[in-house]
Design a protein around this ligand. Structure first.
Ligand code: NG6
Ligand code: CA
Length: 517
């Protein structure tokens, strides 16, 4: 009897192990058939800054290789004309104007994304992906009053990233340190970091009071703490060993991105490579200084292009290029003088960072949000140009389709076929945003409702899109938005306004973000 029982127990255990084995194998097989996903996201790169998008003065051979070997979208949009809101929408698939805090954040802002909210990396983790971010975060950290000398949380690790090597906000904002999975990298515990956006720390020099200490001069804003001879936004003290070296930032992020690939190449991975160029302060490595002939802004773009080339080379030498989809875009349109004297205006020559469009960063006109937008997948995506209307907010649902997840959001339209070049049918319409004001694009038309405020920001010298009257443009005939048709195309105006209001609601009128100084 004992023997028979033992025999049955043995048979049962064999059956069970073979079953669980099968299940495990299935997940493994499914996981290994999934492609790696890389989002390369630039900061303030304009539509016209890229060779494949018409730049002749500035050469970007490595971005061009992706654009010419993949799909070059001509109607691809960031959701916003500034960084934080665009990044929020990119990761969450939610329009930034739905979150009233999705505005340019100081370095001390709390985490903007709700830890219960779905994000691209969270969605991908449900399918077995390893997820990482390297580069600019600018979506807030902690829950208010971060102590930079302790573990910093919640942050990227709490909204879906297994690994996060970031700068907290922007290169021109304190704290000017790297944060490695919630810990300030290279922090000497005896030299605490203090950060404030309200007041200076006693005895610390500032850009405003100590011009003799500056290697880069401020033009507007940017006159608080001085780090590496560069005056920043916000005050900071201590953490000397942890301070980044601006000229090494690009190499550092590239190296971390490459290390990430090395560590995780055996499993499907998602890497959000959020580059800092060509945002201010523009500090290309000495290897790139003078390379563009356009001053530091151009040199920083040449440097970024080189980094992209090196990163793609890494995927290639690892044999990963055929199994990796690369999406490249920018968080908002271009700006020349964004607060420092760095020759961006003086050395511009014939270069047109805004391409054929009007406006730039901060603007509701096209150049604010119409950005380079490229999908590349060697052997899977046929090279093409697509005029389909697509937005970065669509990536969440579209990537979910790619990995056979049914996760989606109301704002994020699943258009995997468009991103893979199998369809030309993009979105019907899209809400555009710039410093809390919104506009409406549908088909070839764009409607900009009236907004108070200056028509032009005289510091950055960019037309913001504000007017006392409705503006209506036909982008097919008038890319540069020169001819306001609101008075003559009354029916179209009304139709657009009704649709805009239906999605956006009357609250679009509360454009409360501070006027940029
Ligand atoms: C503005 C800064 C600008 C830049 C921007 C954020 C001033 C006067 N201007 O407030 O230099 O940092 O914020 O750029 O401080 S973004 O690309 O991250 O949105
Ligand atoms: Ca930006």
């Amino acid at each position: 009897m004992k023997q028979t029982l033992k025999f049955f127990a043995l048979i049962l255990s064999i059956i069970l192990t073979s079953c669980t084995g099968k299940i495990e194998n299935q997940t493994k097989e499914q996981a290994s058939s999934l492609p790696n996903i890389v989002i390369i996201y630039l900061d303030d790169l304009g539509y016209g800054d890229v060779g494949a998008y018409g730049s002749t003065e500035l050469k970007t051979p490595n971005i061009d290789k992706l654009a010419n070997g993949g799909i070059r979208f001509t109607n691809g949009y960031a959701t916003s004309a500034t960084c934080t809101p665009s990044r929020y929408a990119l990761l969450t698939g939610v329009y930034p104007w739905r979150n009233e805090n999705a505005k340019i954040l100081p370095g001390t802002a709390p985490l903007l994304i709700d830890t219960a909210q779905i994000t691209i990396p969270k969605m991908l983790k449900t399918k077995g992906y390893h997820t990482g971010i390297v580069g600019k975060w600018h979506l807030g950290l902690g829950s208010g009053n971060v102590n930079w000398n302790q573990h910093i949380s919640p942050g990227p690790n709490e909204v879906g990233f297994d690994e996060a090597y970031i700068m907290a906000a922007t290169q021109d904002r304190v704290p000017t340190v790297y944060i490695d999975n919630g810990e300030v990298a290279n922090l000497d515990p005896t030299d605490s970091i203090l950060v404030s956006y309200q007041q200076n720390f006693e005895g610390e020099p500032t850009g405003k009071d100590n011009p003799e200490l500056l290697k880069m001069k401020w033009h507007h804003g940017h006159n608080n703490s001085i780090v590496n001879g560069i005056p920043r936004i916000g005050f900071m003290k201590g953490g000397k060993a942890a301070l980044w070296k601006d000229e090494e930032m690009a190499d550092n992020f590239l190296q971390k991105a490459i290390e990430y690939v090395d560590m995780h190449k055996k499993k499907p991975f998602f890497l959000y490579y959020a580059m800092q160029q060509p945002h201010v302060p523009r500090t290309p490595n000495p290897r790139f200084v003078g390379k563009s002939g356009l001053g530091p802004r151009g040199d920083a773009i040449v440097e970024a292009d080189w980094c992209i080339g090196e990163f793609v080379k890494k995927l290639e030498t690892e044999g990963l290029l055929e199994n990796t989809i690369i999406i490249l875009s920018s968080d908002n349109g271009p700006v020349l003088n964004d607060g420092y004297y760095d020759d961006a205006v003086e050395k511009l020559g014939n270069h047109t960072p805004w391409g054929p469009f009007r406006g730039g960063k901060y603007s509701l006109f096209e150049a604010g949000t119409r950005v380079p937008f490229i999908t590349y997948w060697k052997g899977k995506i046929e090279p093409a140009t697509s005029n389909a209307l697509v937005s970065q907010v669509d990536l969440l649902s579209s990537l979910a389709n790619l990995v056979e997840s049914d996760i989606s959001t109301e704002d994020s339209e699943a258009m995997l076929d468009v991103f893979l070049g199998k369809s030309d049918k993009g979105r019907d319409n899209l809400i555009l945003e710039a410093t809390s004001r919104t506009a409406f694009r549908e088909g070839d038309w764009v409607l900009i409702p009236p907004y108070n405020g200056a028509a032009i920001n005289k510091f950055v010298n960019i037309e913001l899109g504000n007017s006392n009257e409705f503006q209506l443009y036909n982008l097919k005939e008038d890319k540069g938005q020169e001819h306001n048709l609101a008075a003559t195309e009354k029916e179209k105006l009304d139709e657009m306004l009704q649709k805009f209001l239906k999605i956006r609601g009357e609250s679009y009128k509360n454009n409360s973000e501070l006027e940029l100084k």
